[in-house]
Write a new protein. Structure first.
Ligand SMILES: [Zn+2]
Length: 359
């Protein structure tokens, strides 16, 4: 079995926090700097525990009962994880709405994975879902650390409570699914595919919770997370990458929708939160063309691709696109699904035919 490489994945990308940290207003720059510092600490912690071997937070054996097993902690504004247990599976709602939102969001993600894809939790074997809320003070991020979910409260100036958008929870837990399946590395195009897979599943969780069709969905990631003063609607848009925000302090959403605008950068792990706009948009185009509930056919093709075991841990966009076509042909043959899929990849400029081998 291939080793699992947990990645430290935050929902707010570093380029946004970097920009905030340089803001003139100390009320904005202070929390962003603190968040960047906390993220750096967590990254180092992950590296060490990956090498040494972390004490597992999830010791209970995989439950085969296809039921969700949640455990919500309160980090009490500290950075020690996981913090104090505040709501266990089946317990009555807690007095803290943040705790209850995290509980509900983990449940919604579990349900989508099970009902849409027949997957029993993140690892497919009933892994308990663990989360901590109220991480640090004014912490402007949420992350999956390889074992659990962590949510900040935001600073209230730019970011609100990170448990507000259910797709943010779905996004982070989906990093766990990727880690346990295709295990894409977290740099360059494989990293952007890792990010995109999380946006796709996150958006599907939201659509599932709201019982929306592809046409009804907003296809935004993190809608409701930005404070009122921010000129923007969300962190990303799958329908129209590059249009989620355009703000004096935050800057402009840098996501491309097609390969023509592909961004070559060494920052953000080679633009993992930037170029993810391209596969995100391909998924949106497919779901939009097929209509109906996006998790049913478009989502199934993406999930089949993720779990087929045919991709390396470092696929290019073209490798991934070709694998989606193979997955679609396996399930839907040359039906409208495969035709719409080929068209979607063509629209974003990612080739789906094998390049001829160099002689
Ligand atoms: Zn992510």
């Amino acid at each position: 079995m291939e080793a699992i490489h947990p990645v430290f994945c935050t929902i707010v990308p570093p380029h946004v926090l970097d920009k905030l940290a340089r803001a003139e207003d100390p009320a904005l720059a202070g929390p962003a700097r603190r968040t960047l510092e906390a993220d750096a600490q967590q990254r180092t912690h992950r590296r060490l525990t990956t090498v040494i071997g972390a004490p597992s937070l999830a010791p209970s054996p995989g439950a085969a009962d296809n039921k969700v097993h949640r455990l919500i902690h309160d980090a009490q504004h500290k950075t020690d994880l996981p913090g104090k247990v505040v709501r266990k599976e089946g317990a009555e709602p807690f007095k803290d709405a943040t705790v209850n939102r995290a509980y509900a969001g983990l449940g919604a993600t579990f349900e989508l994975l099970l009902k849409a894809f027949g997957r029993n939790s993140i690892d497919g074997e009933g892994m308990p879902l663990i989360a901590s809320v109220h991480f640090d003070r004014d912490y402007g991020n949420a992350f999956w650390d390889g074992e659990q979910m962590v949510f900040g409260d935001g600073d209230g100036e730019i970011f609100l409570d990170f448990t507000l958008p259910v797709d943010v929870m779905g996004h982070e837990l989906a990093h766990g699914v990727t880690q346990h399946t295709a295990n894409f590395s977290y740099f360059g195009q494989p990293g952007a595919l890792n990010e995109s897979m999380s946006d796709v599943i996150g958006s599907l969780v939201k659509q599932y919770v709201n019982d929306q069709t592809a046409a009804e969905a907003d296809w935004l990631i993190g809608q409701g997370l930005l404070a009122e003063r921010v000129q923007g609607v969300a962190l990303r848009s799958m329908k129209a990458p590059g249009t989620a925000y355009d703000d004096d302090v935050l800057g402009k959403d840098p996501q491309p929708a097609t390969m023509d605008d592909y961004v070559t950068t060494g920052r953000d792990n080679g633009g993992v939160h930037i170029n993810s706009g391209i596969p995100n948009h391909a998924f949106y185009l497919l779901a939009d063309a097929l209509g109906g509930k996006a998790w049913e056919r478009a989502g199934q093709i993406w999930y089949d691709t993720l779990t087929a075991g045919t991709l390396s841990t470092t696929p290019t966009f073209a490798d991934f696109a070709q694998a989606t076509v193979a997955a679609s042909r396996a399930r839907y043959h040359d039906g409208e699904e495969t035709q719409a899929l080929l068209k979607a990849w063509e629209q974003v400029g990612v080739p789906t035919t094998q390049k001829k081998a160099k002689l």
